[in-house]
Design a protein around this ligand. Structure first.
Ligand code: GLU
Length: 479
């Protein structure tokens, strides 16, 4: 049997990290087995519909390299792949199920259902539909349909016995049928509920493995009953745990780093996000932690999926992102870094040199603007920056250092890193001082900052002779 998996997001305009992880596991299962990965848009909840939300899904999956073999825009043999375009299919199967005795028409109106629920809640019983319409005669049903009374179609749950469904992680789960509600399959607007659509679509699309959040576990026996009523085989189920912010709280939109887009905006690399998310709830064999998407596919095994909730650790993600950044070629890093450098540094500098200073010390790209904001112009700074215990410097020693360094630098004709290095290190030797005694003061004088990417020589090389000397003289005049 061909392995066919699907990612079935609802278009909410927001792809949660948990959803992306589901997509990733789903993709890996299919690709590892040489099977097909299918994208299905579950948009039957019209109230939740958000304009442009499908594009968020397409763009994210494409950005991380999870291309789908069948889906809304690429087509396939089992389409359409957008649920609202499958209306007629759900109606047909719901009516078929009524004929087969697995479902029934229900004409109860909102008022009756609200009242029923209130009474049940008041008497402390679990609100469930009271099966009022379950035994209407075929004539009564026909008459109401002909009169145009709005209806839903409900699942006819067996009144006794038990239902067992199987999940790869949880094993067999058996429930008493009396605990299951005659849930709605087809709504008054003619659209199916998730509970119906997932079964019809997974069957018709020949899905072999379903990976989804374990919030669906409770309803799963009802899906099993639907498969049984139709006489269909069930897919393999893998219900995964939530991704948590901490032991008590799910990672939520409010946290600001719960979606792929949030993380990209914060300056994480796509590859690092995918790698980190894969490890939330999946353990590869061995100690290795760095995996590209093709390597995840290669290593993937369902038995590595965990049943316990995974905790999203922003520090771990940062560290992993730093590893990815350091592994980039300098040119590739510049490609990522340039927009961030340009946020606070507009001047005509050698950006590859700036990037090479940033690359070893950057964990997320969004840290960059603050680090390069002194290249265009000296910031306001306090003379106290010249005081450094370790370097044994003070504003007074800075005055001496700058006074000595300015003429030496003025003498350089071919301004480059090596020339700067030779000139200042010769001066250090001549003066008999420690490196830091001179270089700390020069760096503060040309950057106005306590911490900079690169030291005095690198910065002077980048900003050039004229600017270096201008800054040093101005700083000296303030000392
Ligand atoms: N549309 C459902 C959701 O976004 C998908 C669940 C499933 O994969 O079956 O939660």
């Amino acid at each position: 049997m061909e392995v066919r998996t699907r990612f079935a997001p609802s278009p909410t305009g927001y792809l949660h990290v948990g959803g992306l992880r589901t997509a990733l596991f789903t993709y890996a299962i299919a690709k590892k087995a040489g099977g097909k990965f299918i994208l299905r848009i579950e948009d039957t909840d019209q109230e939740r519909y958000v304009e442009g939300a499908n594009e968020v899904i397409y763009n994210t999956l494409r950005a991380v390299g999870m291309n789908w073999d069948e889906g809304p825009d690429v087509g396939g043999d089992y389409g359409p792949y957008i649920q609202t375009e499958r209306r007629a299919i759900y109606k047909e199967y719901a009516e078929k199920l009524v004929e087969m005795g697995g479902a029934y028409y229900c004409f109860c109106d909102k008022d009756r259902l609200t009242e029923l629920k209130a009474v049940q809640e008041a008497s402390g019983v679990n609100p469930m539909y009271d099966r009022h319409c379950r035994n209407l005669s075929p004539e009564e049903v026909r008459a109401k349909l002909e009169a145009g009374v709005p209806y839903v179609i409900r699942q006819k749950i067996p009144l006794e016995g038990t239902t067992t469904f199987h999940d790869v992680l949880y094993g067999d789960i058996t429930v008493d049928n009396t605990t299951l509600d005659d849930q709605i399959l087809l709504k008054t607007d003619g659209l199916p509920t998730y509970n119906f659509a997932n079964v019809i679509d997974d069957h018709l699309m020949k899905i072999s493995h379903v990976v989804r959040g374990n919030e669906y576990l409770a309803s799963a026996p009802k899906y099993t009953l639907l498969y049984k009523a139709f006489g269909w085989d069930e897919p393999v189920y893998i219900h995964v745990e939530h991704i948590m912010r901490d032991k008590q709280h799910k990672l939520s939109k409010r946290d600001g780093d719960a979606s792929y887009d949030d993380l990209i905006k914060k300056g994480y690399l796509s590859e690092a996000i995918v790698n980190y998310i894969a490890l939330l709830g999946w353990s590869p064999k061995g100690e290795r932690e760095i995996f590209t998407l093709p390597e995840i596919v290669e290593e993937f095994d369902i038995s590595g999926i965990s049943k316990s909730p995974a905790i999203f650790d922003p520090l771990k993600l940062r560290a992993m992102n730093g590893e990815y950044i350091r592994a980039l070629t300098p040119e590739k890093f510049l490609e990522y870094a340039e927009p961030y450098i340009r946020m606070s540094c507009k001047g005509d500098f050698d950006l590859l040199k700036i990037a090479s200073l940033l690359q070893p010390r950057t964990e997320v790209l969004s840290e960059i603007p603050e680090q390069v904001d002194f290249f265009d112009e000296m910031p306001d700074y306090s003379l106290e920056l010249y005081s450094n215990k370790k370097m044994k410097t003070t504003p007074e020693t800075a005055k001496e250092a700058l006074t000595a360094a300015i003429p030496v630098l003025e003498n350089i004709t071919d301004w480059n890193f090596d020339a700067l290095h030779d000139a200042l290190f010769n001066l250090i030797a001549d003066l008999g001082v420690k490196n830091g005694w001179l270089l700390w003061s020069v760096r503060v004088a040309i950057s106005g900052k306590q911490f900079t990417p690169g030291g005095a020589l690198e910065i002077a090389d980048i900003i050039g002779k004229e600017e270096t000397l201008k800054r040093m003289k101005k700083s000296l005049s303030m000392l």
